[in-house]
Design a protein around this ligand. Structure first.
Ligand code: NOJ
Length: 560
């Protein structure tokens, strides 16, 4: 256990700065607000925080469109506020990693403004500019991940610039040594201030095919509304030349060397599920997310088993797994895994899974109180530009009626998982003062028990369960350091596995069924001592022969 590094032992908690706590009463979260909630996070029992982008931004992609890589968005405070937050977090033993957005900047970044000023601008090659195709039109048929063409014409200079995401997010050209140096300086700026590492945004798309060869997916691209609706094979054919290009692993190694030059074991977490980003296990990224686990619409024991078998076997020696079930791009855990009848039990079950699988877990703010997806009432409330572009495509090329397109957009916009944190009951849920218009509406269920204040004093609440589970993990070395060993005899409705290591062997049994399940303890020696159960069994009790599990019950027991 001691031989593990801090980021292998840690539980991370993702904060969306705009939505966590509003310290100055303007309806937008900020560093003063976040700093005031650090005690809450320490008491919750997490070890490290990942902040979604906190940089100045026109906010068309909710902060992932940056105009200054070494600044703080004025609505979040000043650099001093940031430094105070970091100091206070560290004083409480909480590490902090930042979001490093390498692939693109905002089109309002001074670098891009200078780059687009003329073909002979010294920063022209900091972005990806190309002449039109011989007969006119974009240089090739590439697509933006947010839909529509990946090229936008700059009429003044007669060239197109490339953007893997919004047209307001031009791709940086990492083949320019000057650009690379400027970005590494930005990374050093935050490392010098003492941050503990970075989550690396959209790494796959950093380089494009230098020959700009067309994709060969035979599809009516004009009619394609959302690239996420493609099969994995289609997606690969569409995006293959826009992602995972040569040069990427060398770049990750460079960044790793840069980070490793700092004391304190700073960490790099890639926003990708490709295990090759671990490199040799020591020379590229420390962690990459197990997104295939998160992407299943519903998790079943079979899913988890297959996922673990595949991922753990493919992990390079020396690399460490990393699991998550929610983030700012995906539906909330409560809404995704809930079935309407057993929502609370399912939320507990999924947390238990995340905290007992092998690997570093990432939680998403508000999960711990069961925050649900927001249901926005009107398009005017949508803040995520990608969703509005999709709406336009639905109505335009998709031929969908505006009312239906509105319904689809409101039901799918990423805004729905980015709502203000619910601290208390009452107006604005304690996120902002009463009467203030918050940047996204507060979910009405804040008045119905979905708040920190409503749950904090109740050990039987979801928040109480999160605290107990996090404390259990902290106190049980095998759950952190142990190997994962599937117990296939658990059957269809139940997932059971052993975590063996650090001088301990723990049995984890998770029922995914709404009816009673029984687990034969024969294969693990016939008996186990109870460490934790969701159903109020007496801790320390001995279970012999067979473990009977109630609906969606979670049991952790120690063998031997
Ligand atoms: C991935 C981020 O998680 C997402 O929110 C963003 O829109 C894209 N990268 C582009 O930066």
């Amino acid at each position: 256990m001691e031989s593990l590094r801090w980021w292998q032992r840690a539980v991370f908690y993702q904060i969306y700065p705009r939505s966590f706590a509003d310290g100055n009463g303007d309806g937008i979260g900020d560093f003063v607000g976040m700093a005031a909630r650090l005690d809450y996070l320490r008491e919750l029992g997490v070890d490290a925080l990942w902040l979604s982008p906190h940089y100045p931004s026109p906010f068309l992609d909710c902060g992932y469109d940056i105009t200054d890589y070494t600044g703080v968005a004025p609505e979040y405070g000043t650099l001093d506020d940031f430094a105070a937050f970091l100091r206070e977090a560290h004083a409480r033993g909480l590490r902090v990693i930042l979001d490093l957005v390498l692939n693109h900047s905002s089109d309002q970044h001074p670098w891009f403004v200078e780059s687009r000023a003329g073909r002979d601008s010294p920063k022209r090659d900091w972005y990806v500019w190309r002449d039109p195709a011989p007969g006119g039109g974009p240089p090739n048929n590439w697509t933006s991940i947010f839909g529509g063409p990946a090229w936008t014409l700059d009429p003044a200079t007669g060239q197109y610039y490339y953007h893997a995401f919004l047209k307001e997010q031009p791709d940086l050209n990492w083949r320019s040594p000057a650009l690379k140096a400027a970005m590494w300086d930005a990374a050093r700026f935050w490392l010098d201030l003492g941050v503990d590492g970075f989550r690396l945004d959209a790494i796959a798309t950093i380089f494009e095919d230098p020959e700009l060869r067309d994709h060969d997916l035979d599809l009516d691209m004009d009619a394609l509304v959302d690239v996420n609706t493609l099969t994995p094979e289609q997606y690969e054919r569409l995006m293959g030349r826009q992602s995972k290009q040569p040069g990427l692993h060398e770049l990750m190694r460079e960044l790793r060397a840069l980070v490793d030059a700092y004391p304190g074991d700073r960490v790099l977490v890639g926003e990708d599920d490709d295990l090759t980003f671990h490199g040799s296990g020591e020379d590229e990224l420390h962690l990459v997310f197990n997104f295939p686990l998160m992407r299943a619409r519903r998790l079943t024991p079979g899913h988890v088993r297959a996922n673990q078998a595949l991922r753990l076997a493919a992990l390079p020696a020396g690399a460490w797994p990393c699991n998550t079930l929610g983030n700012h791009d995906s539906p909330r855990v409560w809404s995704r895994y809930g079935d309407g009848a057993h929502d609370a039990a399912l939320a507990r079950l999924h947390l238990a899974l995340l905290l007992t699988l092998k690997g570093t877990p990432f939680l998403y703010y508000g999960e711990e109180i069961g925050m649900a997806d927001l249901q926005l009432g009107a398009l005017e409330q949508v803040r995520d530009m990608a969703a509005l572009h999709r709406y336009a495509r639905l109505v335009g090329r998709g031929g969908v009626a505006p009312e239906a397109a509105t319904r689809i957009t409101l039901a799918t916009t990423r805004d729905r998982c980015r709502g203000p944190m619910q601290w208390g009951a009452g107006p604005n849920a304690g996120f902002s003062p009463p009467g203030v218009a918050t940047w996204l509406p507060v979910h009405p269920n804040a008045q119905a028990g979905v708040s920190v204040a409503a749950q904090a004093g109740d050990p039987g609440s979801l928040l109480g369960f999160y605290r107990r589970m996090l404390a259990l993990r902290r106190a049980t070395p095998a759950l952190v350091a142990g190997d994962y060993e599937d117990l296939p005899e658990a059957g269809q409705g139940c997932l059971a596995f052993l975590r063996r290591g650090a001088g301990q062997a723990c049995l984890v049994a998770l029922s995914f069924a709404a009816d009673a399940q029984a687990l034969d303890l024969g294969p693990v020696g016939g008996r186990a001592r109870l460490r934790f159960a969701s159903a109020g069994r007496a801790e320390g009790g001995l279970v012999e022969g067979e473990l009977a599990l109630g609906p969606f019950e979670v049991v952790v027991a120690e063998l031997g």
